[in-house]
Write a protein that binds this ligand. Sequence first.
Ligand code: NAD
Length: 363
Amino acid sequence: MIVGVPKEIKNHEYRVGLTPAAVQEFTNNGHAVLVQVNAGTSIGFTDDLYLAAGATMIETPEEIFATADMIVKVKEPQPNECKMLREGQTLYTYLHLAPDPVQTQLLVESGATCIAYETVTDNRGTLPLLAPMSEVAGRMSIQAGAHYLEKANGGSGTLLGGVPGVAPGKVLIIGGGVVGLNAAKMAMGLGADVTILDRSLNRLRELDDIFEGRLTTVFSTSDAIDYYSSRADLVVGAVLVPGAAAPKLLTREHIKNMKPGSVLVDVAIDQGGCFETSKATTHQDPVYIIDDVVHYCVANMPGGVARTSTMALNNATLPFGLALANKGPKQAMLDDPHLLNGLNVHKGIVTYKAVVDALGDSL
Ligand code: NAD
């Protein structure tokens, strides 16, 4: 199979569909890989590294889309990329079609077979190609929070770890899933005083076991949010209600009762955010202040650490990508129902129910 890796063109997107190490895996399996010149240069994956892995470097995306049997990307295809896709070609990338009728229509018109990373499943009922980005965002949330707690960055001037003789900062994490667990690991590593709220008692039990009682687990109620947020230096929003917009758990009233200079990091902003005052921000302009509380609501946090994110994403996407190339997309999906769950559009038909439910009339 000929596998094509165009350079990402979405604004400030530095990740790349395949690392040189992943390219090597494809070429070792007898596939040809076409990589666009400079696709990974800005994150240290130079053209020389791709050449050494057996790739052919191609100047233009047009040539890659015209030649490749499978296009491997990170972000959803932009309109001009959608128009280069064709029937018989496979697209393997994040798509997020439910809120995006324009992209969905363009993919339908292309006739291509479009597999969305975010809907591929695994035996545990989780989403293995989303988890690495949640791990990245969870770990980054504490890094970002610690930065904005510094006085010069708008915060209260609190060091999360404290020092001998001075109590550590208090971190409240709302939602103890993948993001919450990884945020807790980082916060505990810094020596902060950490509390996690979740609605799932089983999850709270797991977290208590993982951290051997060194953090506080509390069942998530409005009362608990009120109590712990008013004492927190940093609050991380990490809830997910599958298939629904994030619930607004931290209200404007809660935020008014928070300490001046405390920091909110709303990781759930990509689902609308779980704080009432959240609105999406960018890496270029990540924060704003309401009621003396710093809000960090970057919708694509992993893009900020594009090198780590690319490698983490490739670790998860590679086995499925190799199956698609080795067996051909049809056989690979027939053999693996979890990969089949990734199929969102095929030969002009939307094949993923949640997308049909969300967009039905607009298609
Ligand atoms: P997850 O499913 O692993 O965990 C979500 C947790 O929220 C679950 O443990 C669930 O029990 C808990 N929860 C649900 N309702 C709750 C409530 N009322 N109170 C407390 N906890 C509640 O999800 P995840 O992978 O950790 O993702 C969390 C959020 O982060 C999602 O919205 C995801 O889209 C988002 N995310 C954002 C970025 C970004 O760049 N901003 C990156 C990755 C993930």
